[in-house]
Design a binder for this molecule. Structure first.
Ligand code: PMP
Length: 381
């Protein structure tokens, strides 16, 4: 026996984004619009709550499902903010980021050989996560002419009706697309008609700029067939705390907890104290960060359009997804990096439907954004 990767690990290629970061690391004076995380630090009150918990010696495991106090806060917040009603006792599981929640869902709620329809372009973890779980993937490419929203037509055309589950994320990474409740209705109807369960990644739920977020789980007949994933990484800028949660019917949460209790035991304790404080006292910080993202969004969209690039009005998360001026987005991104020191990610890194586009993250200070847009403009000229 030698250490060869298992077949299902070998089947997953290294991340398409990594190559750019390796190149960028070797260069000076780089402005990176490539990262998918907030440029802000976590709110001070949340950090202080973490420090205080450490000073008090609160360093043990928590309950497998997470501290009850935190689950109560999550239930209150989701109810008030998104109209979702989940029981803190048996319908909420605190996880090590939304990432762990998604991984648990693939492993605990699907069998090897089952299949999952994945709306794309999408966050880079879904397809590998499914592959690690032995689950087959049905690609569901969304289209720029639909502003990268999921429609009945793309679901039907891609064969999603044959899948067991649908995974999607709105507000979306990498496109910044959002979906209204009205638009989600046809997705919900499709899932009910074809008996699909839904894994709804709502990690960007509070980063919307045009309309409030609607969860598919609030639509008729959907709560019982949906697991919602959320967390503290984006709106609260707490990526390094590694804290998220999954919400769903008791039987789904029970199965996910079965895996979680053996593989993770409990989500990070210090982070759970910080998260309680975040939900209690950090909404002003969230509002301030959101208004800064919105300012940057308007700036980036208008600069990109000024360069003659088609750019649909991305209304959520912190990404712009303009068309690429060259046929080959990989070549463009590499040339832009080498010539101007500006790192962007080619849309192909995010699966089907992303080619011909670039992802630019505006989780970057306005001065750097201005400089990056100036450099990009002079590169195009
Ligand atoms: N889903 C999406 C769409 C994301 O963009 C990210 C982070 N880039 C995650 C999930 C992972 O979030 P977490 O830090 O909570 O694991």
């Amino acid at each position: 026996m030698t250490f060869e990767p298992a077949d299902r690990v070998d089947a997953v290629p290294p991340s398409g984004i990594r190559r750019f970061f390796e190149l960028a690391e070797e260069m000076d004076d780089i402005i990176s619009l490539g990262v998918g995380e907030p440029d802000f630090s976590a709110p001070w009150a949340a950090r202080e709550a973490a420090i205080t918990s450490l000073e008090r010696g609160q360093t043990s495991y928590t309950a497998n499902r997470g501290k009850r106090e935190l689950r109560e806060r999550i239930a209150g917040y989701e109810d008030e903010r998104h109209g979702l009603s989940y029981d803190p006792d048996d319908e909420i599981l605190v996880t090590a980021g939304a990432s762990e929640g998604l991984d648990l869902a693939f492993r605990a709620l699907l069998d090897p050989g089952d299949s999952i329809a994945v709306a794309q372009p999408c966050y880079v973890s879904y397809v590998p996560g499914a592959t690690f779980a032995g689950v087959n993937v049905v690609d569901v490419p969304t289209r720029v002419e639909d502003e990268f929203k999921l429609t009945r037509e793309v679901l039907e055309d891609s064969g999603a009706a044959e899948a067991d589950a649908l995974v999607y994320c709105y507000p979306n990474n990498p496109t910044g697309a959002t979906m209204t409740g009205e638009e989600l209705r046809e997705v919900a109807a499709f899932c009910r008609e074809n008996d699909l369960v839904v894994f709804a990644d709502e990690i960007y739920a509070d980063l919307t700029y045009e309309h409030d977020h609607t969860s598919i789980a609030t639509l008729p007949g959907m709560r019982e067939r949906t697991v919602v994933f959320n967390g503290f990484s984006k709106a609260f800028a707490m990526t390094g705390f590694r804290l998220g949660y999954a919400m769903g019917p008791p039987e789904a949460v029970e199965a996910m907890n079965r895996v979680h209790q053996y593989t993770m035991l409990s989500a990070p304790t210090t982070a759970q104290y910080a998260a309680i404080e975040a939900l209690d006292n950090c909404w002003e910080d969230v509002e301030e960060m959101t208004s800064q993202y919105d300012r940057r969004r308007n700036y980036v969209l208008s600069r990109l359009r000024g360069m003659g690039l088609d750019c649909f009005p991305a209304a959520g998360a912190f990404y712009a997804f303009p068309e690429c001026p060259w046929d080959d987005a990989n070549e463009f991104a590499e040339a832009l990096l080498q010539s101007e020191g500006v790192a962007v990610v080619p849309g192909t890194a995010f699966g089907e439907g992303g080619d011909g586009h670039l992802r630019l993250s505006y989780a970057t200070g306005l001065d750097d954004l201005k400089e990056a847009m100036n450099r990009m403009e002079s590169f195009l000229q």
